[in-house]
Design a protein around this ligand. Sequence first.
Ligand code: SAH
Ligand code: SF4
Length: 365
Amino acid sequence: MKSIAEILGKESLEREDLIRVLEADEGECGPLFERAAAVKRSGVGGRVYLRGLIEYSNICSKNCLYCGIRSGNAAAVRYEMTEEETIAAARHAFERRFGSIVIQAGERDDAPFVARMERILRGIRALGGGALHVTLSLGEQTPDTYRRWFEAGAHRYLLRIEASSPDLYRKLHPDDARHRHASRLEALGALRDAGYQVGTGVMIGAPMQTAADLADDLLFFRDLDVDMIGMGPYIEHPDTPLYAHARRLPPAQKRLELSLRMVALLRVMMPDINIAATTAMQAIDPGGRERAILAGANVVMPNLTPARYRHDYLLYENKPGLDQAPEESVELLEARIRESGGSIAYGEWGDSGRFLARKSGGPPA
Ligand code: SAH
Ligand code: SF4
């Protein structure tokens, strides 16, 4: 069997290489993290970009089997922020020199919602004359909606494929017309066509997922030539159908460890994309995001959702920072990032290097 160092010496990582690394003993993985740190230094440098996260609404028309705010969960208390509250949260990000924000919510495609979001985007653009960049994470929409929101000021979009394997996707979602793997793929294409920087991702350690599935996910990201990735550990939620698998899952720490390996492998494979250190990593380990930054991530998303809504945006159990002011979480983060030789890039958009290179016709990394 090849050593991890030998595998990393190859020009291009193949499916079996990725599986071997994902299944390796923890003690073998030192060379992976060293290599990822070196590739990160030359690919994106030591600066970490901030995205202020606004959890705009937990009203969702979908029923994904893993998610705590699925429409079928009658126990969830539903909310939608007002336009004024959303713009005020964006202003807060602007004043704190965050450079950019993410607006995330359950999926809805009704006309009043689409129009409201368009007005919010125009309101945010008016702050500081477009100084704040906006990423949306609002699920599958028509190409026309994607275009309208782009024209109103959104420039990046996160739509996780959740599972690149259609078979696994089917096991994680209801088998109906609203939850189709093919539609998700089409939506990713429509986002690219509309001009967005496109991000996708998967949950790691989800029920029924294998190391081969995760290897295929990494190859999928590379083949799609994505600009950004947000991926993190699956965490069970008691009011969801997939909770029935909870007892058979590997412990949460193992899922976090696997997530860090996924980040490191992806950094080696795609040196100049943006990779997020996600909240679910922090839910398992208070230092999970910092560990992800050391493993290759270069984006963090401090939560800017008003405190009174934060308790209701529960995708999974033990969500961190429910009572923490964003200031506190950023200060702590900044100190830790500095300890590891990095710095926070205040006031910068932090566009994906991959996206900029593609746009200017530069060579692929
Ligand atoms: N409704 C939009 C955005 C909000 S959900 C969408 O689905 O695209 C954002 C992400 O949360 C999802 O893509 C999913 O990967 C993640 N998520 C949902 N439930 C989760 C869970 N139980 N554990 C970890 N991540 C979860
Ligand atoms: Fe809705 Fe997104 Fe949760 Fe699916 S993952 S139920 S689309 S919020």
